[in-house]
Design a binder for this molecule. Structure first.
Ligand code: SAM
Ligand code: SF4
Length: 466
């Protein structure tokens, strides 16, 4: 069962310790106890960073906007594709010349887990290497760094604990992320996540719901439940709440107006989730259901545990719901052995499903994954071509789907204010971006009705209905 780690009440409420007292490091007084944290990758990483920032703030650190202004510089990294991992090393390279500055530099997340102590060899000026499964030990690791220890590591993945903190510094004042499962027990042949984030650990349902209540009390009206396979949730408490029951219980919390969840795995996507969305309007009408390929042959090679037909059955269930539910997906093109015919099946799947949004990627061979032993047979130019054709096709599908919404009205959670006067933006329950005009003096954080007047492939345009 997930065990919370305690930061300790004194550190939350007492006078903050000076992390640099006695350290004798040549940082300037304005930089003392300051941290800069840059995040790469997915929403799970974004949320991990919010929790890491919470741990640091509760230890008396202050967050700053640039590495120059900080004494502690942290990169929360992503290694899902090679390009993402390379970005981190180019960031670290910027410190080659500055290593005498006395700053502490840490690499967190998936690249840390993947490269381990080799990072110290490649960039000896790095002081901390810590994978996400070890974040609960961050206070101890920070204490070691503060004591002047030069190389500190946290690289366990054999933990059954989740990273729960007393303080989380959330970036968005209306929508709060909440991790309900960490790690992943699937074994998709291309994917580093089971290796970098470790095995699946489920958070206790009572702890999740307690946090939802706290968030509502703090004024958050939307919560987004996160997990690599969020719908595989298995409550570790005797209550044994199903994922769909957890969604309904979160929606029942007073003050909560929207509940989202991501990412769902098709194999564990049951009718009960659709029924929950049908029965409870607070459950957002959006499912992100990554398919990866339209070819059953490629899906088998990817070890995705479902066929094209089985996937389409799930889509049928979602499309038949009493409420319209937007469906988005992830696709990989150029997987080893993907023929023109296989790729054609992915294109035809787009026609068949009519997705509302799509993230598409060129296959990138990753360390420690089963597909690394398969020949990366599709040339880079061909992968780029397949990606471009797929994205063009999807753009046209989205253009038509969004155009069909002109004239309809939607509830929008307003989350942005344009520099242009009286222009606002926000999200519908289906997670469409809406840019709209309103003469209202202040709308941020409000739920308003917007009538759609025009549409592009990626957003809707509208006007405030008063
Ligand atoms: N857990 C989610 C799932 O099962 O769909 C998503 C995990 S991953 C952070 C997000 C997406 O990155 C995947 O859905 C996949 O499309 C893509 N991805 C993962 N590994 C990849 C690789 N080696 N090359 C290209 N894209 C990859
Ligand atoms: Fe990776 Fe597959 Fe797990 Fe998603 S389900 S995180 S793609 S192994």
């Amino acid at each position: 069962m997930g065990k919370a780690f305690d930061i300790g009440l004194q550190q939350l409420t007492g006078s903050p310790p000076d992390p640099w007292a006695g350290g004798g490091l040549p940082v300037t007084s304005s930089q003392r106890g300051t941290f800069f944290l840059e995040t790469f990758g997915c929403q799970m990483n974004d949320h991990d960073s919010e929790k890491v920032a919470g741990v640091l703030l509760s230890r008396g650190y202050r967050q700053v906007e640039s590495p120059e202004a900080a004494s502690l510089i942290l990169y929360n990294t992503c290694s899902i594709r090679e390009k993402a991992a390379q970005k981190v090393f180019s960031r670290l390279g910027e410190f080659r010349e500055k290593q005498q500055d006395g700053k502490i530099i840490g690499v967190l997340g998936c690249v840390a887990q993947q490269e381990g102590e080799d990072i110290f060899k490649r960039a000896p000026w790095v002081n901390l290497v810590c994978g996400s499964a070890s974040y609960r030990k961050l206070p101890e690791m920070l204490a070691q760094l503060e004591a002047g220890n030069h190389h500190v590591t946290g690289l366990d993945t054999d933990t059954d604990e989740t990273f729960e903190t007393e303080v989380t510094r959330r970036d968005n004042p209306w929508r709060a992320y909440l991790t309900i499962i960490e790690g992943c027990d699937k074994a998709c042949s291309y994917c580093v996540v089971p290796f970098t984030r470790g095995p699946e650990r489920n958070r206790a349902s009572d702890s999740i719901l307690r946090e939802v209540r706290q968030l509502a009390d703090l004024g958050y009206s939307e919560v987004q439940l996160l997990g690599q396979t969020v719908n595989s949730y298995a409550d570790p408490t005797p209550r044994r709440m199903r994922f769909s029951e957890l969604l309904l219980a979160a929606a029942d919390v007073s003050g909560i107006r929207r509940v989202r969840f991501t990412t769902s795995h098709p194999s564990d996507f049951g009718r009960d989730i659709v029924e929950a969305i049908e029965s409870q309007p607070k459950l957002c009408e959006h499912v992100h259901l990554p398919v990866q390929s339209g070819s059953t042959k490629v899906l088998r090679a990817m070890q995705r545990t479902y066929s094209r037909e089985e996937y389409l059955e799930k889509i049928g269930t979602i499309r038949a719901a009493k409420r319209p539910i937007a469906i988005t997906t992830d696709i990989i093109v150029g997987f080893p052995g993907e023929t023109d015919a296989d790729y054609g099946e992915t294109l035809s799947l787009l026609d068949e499903v009519q997705y509302d949004g799509l993230f598409a990627f060129k296959y990138s061979p990753r360390p420690n994954t089963p597909s690394l032993s398969m020949k990366d047979s599709i040339p880079e130019e061909e992968k780029s071509h397949r990606l471009a054709v797929l994205q063009d096709k999807q753009r046209e599908i989205q253009r038509a789907r969004n155009a069909s919404l002109v004239g309809e009205s939607f509830e929008v959670l307003v989350s942005g204010k344009s520099r242009r006067e009286y222009q606002w933006s926000g999200y519908t329950s289906s997670h469409r971006v809406v840019n709209f005009a309103s003469q209202a003096p202040e709308l941020l954080g409000a739920y308003v009705q917007v009538r759609v007047t025009d549409a592009t492939p990626n957003s809707l345009l509208g006007e405030h209905v008063i």
